[in-house]
Ligand binder design. Sequence first.
Ligand code: FMN
Length: 214
Amino acid sequence: MNTISVAQAIRTRRTVRHYRPDPVAPADLDTLLELAMEAPSSWNLQDRSIVVITDTAGREGLTWATGGQPQPQEAPVLLVFVAETQAWQEDRADVYEQARRNGAWSEEFITGFAAASQEFQQGLAERGLLREYAVKDAMIAASFVMLAATELGLSTSPMNGWDEDKVKKVIGIEDRPDLSIALLMSVGYAAQDRIHPGRRSVRHTVFRETYPAA
Ligand SMILES: Cc1cc2nc3c(=O)[nH]c(=O)nc-3n(C[C@H](O)[C@H](O)[C@H](O)COP(=O)(O)O)c2cc1C
């Protein structure tokens, strides 16, 4: 396989809505999921998870949850990115142990980091922002997957068009108010060519130092 640069992956990725039935090789799917885990997260909370759907019942469920979008009907793999809004309350000893073992974080750093992250998350809880912040982390992981998939010759479609309660029901978390759906993503081999729809220019969209006055 020819590898492509990150820049090429960014430039050539397109949203693909129609797929060939060819399955995604398990090794490729594993690679995508491992690379997703490399995405950064706020306070290294890793407060997102992915539910992989490949079977017919799950894909039919997501077809229902998306109001009939073609991606879950055609793509061999659907990924549901779940934002774990209460992950910060759970035991994080394994995360600190990894960083300790890697020599990345000192004991002193871990103590300070643990306290500061709890304080930060508590502040989010008070302002009703836990969901928003967990969704940010899930979306970064999803972006990594889209680019990694492009390198592997796979196509993707990010999807916002779904009913959250229905998606939660399909993946068996309808009784978990602590979990939110961040994004659905189809993965597979394109059955259509997509032309880049274009982007507004950097000049239009990027500002220096301050946002321009209205
Ligand atoms: C967060 C997000 C949600 C999206 N939701 C959907 C969706 O539900 N269905 C769909 O067909 N495309 C969806 N798209 C794809 C966009 O329409 C697409 O990215 C945009 O038109 C630009 O095309 P490109 O991705 O090929 O550059 C979504 C994209 C993003 C980033």
